[in-house]
Design a protein around this ligand. Structure first.
Ligand code: NAP
Length: 240
């Protein structure tokens, strides 16, 4: 039985470590230039769309798919759930529970990246904890000092005036984030509700500093099977 593990998250690395030596392959999108070494045979890069993915599943003799992509990798998840259903392959998504605000938090829920500008006055210092993939959607923040943190050094100039990249590889402690936001004079934080402990530190730092957080809504969930933790995902694998 060959399992395809769709990776790109800390959980996918943990699962890969637990499945070491078993008949499984991990797939990474190739978004990070120097991804950490994986404990399983690894393929890197897109499959070439839905058709390429369906063909890969057949050619590689995949029997089941564990989707441990990021909660906002919505295209990949929706497509994989649909194709697995069509090919009658067992499929499950590992989806971390979303963060919920705590006393002292000042979160403003927004639907999409483009809505951020409606809440942020010109001249503000805005820290984007959202990665670079969707950066162009923030172009209407022109007139603000926008800082976009990403793992790799930038290959291209920032896509709009007033913005800059900041290179940093997680994890970041609360103390790191507090010091950084203070140094930069951050007025607003924009984040995705990724859930999970490692990137919660930026929200704790924002609470401590009284920085408002614009929280981008999670993609809608379909009716495919979902588990919430690495342990549940491994139980699902063992039951195959
Ligand atoms: P996406 O919009 O759902 O997918 C875009 C395309 O990336 C897919 O159509 C597929 O290309 C390729 N792809 C995505 N995940 C893949 C995987 N595990 N293996 C091989 N190809 C994959 O995804 P995204 O939001 O761009 O995220 C890309 C990757 O970065 C994901 O693996 C995700 O876990 C990780 N990530 C995303 C975020 C985020 O905020 N979205 C944050 C942290 C990490 P083809 O159509 O060519 O097959």
């Amino acid at each position: 039985m060959t399992l395809l593990l769709l990776g790109g998250t800390g959980e996918s690395r943990e699962i890969a470590a637990q499945l070491r030596g078993q008949d499984a392959v991990i797939s990474l999108a190739g978004a990070t230039r120097h991804p950490a070494a994986q404990p399983l045979p690894t393929r890197i890069g897109g499959f070439g769309g839905a058709e390429g993915f369906a063909t890969y599943l057949r050619d590689a003799g995949i029997h089941a798919v564990l989707d441990a992509t990021h909660p906002y990798a919505a295209r990949m998840t929706q497509r994989t759930a649909r194709i697995c259903q069509a090919q009658q392959l067992p499929y499950v998504q590992l989806l971390r529970p979303a963060w919920v605000p705590e006393p002292g938090d000042n979160w403003i829920d927004i639907g999409t990246e483009a809505d951020a500008a409606a809440h942020i006055p010109k001249g503000s210092v805005v820290f984007l904890g959202t990665g670079r993939q969707t950066l162009e959607h923030f172009a209407n923040l022109e007139g603000c000092a926008v800082i976009c943190r990403q793992i790799d050094p930038p290959e291209k100039p920032f896509p709009f005036a007033g913005g800059r990249y900041l290179v940093g590889r997680p994890p970041f402690s609360v103390a790191d984030e507090v010091a950084l936001f203070r140094d930069l004079g951050v007025d607003f934080l924009v984040v995705k509700n990724a859930g999970g402990a490692p990137s919660l530190t930026k929200l704790t730092a924002a609470r401590q500093l009284g920085i408002p957080v614009l929280m981008i809504a999670r993609p809608p969930r379909g009716d495919w099977p979902v588990v919430a933790t690495v342990d549940e995902a491994l139980t699902w694998v063992r039951a195959l």
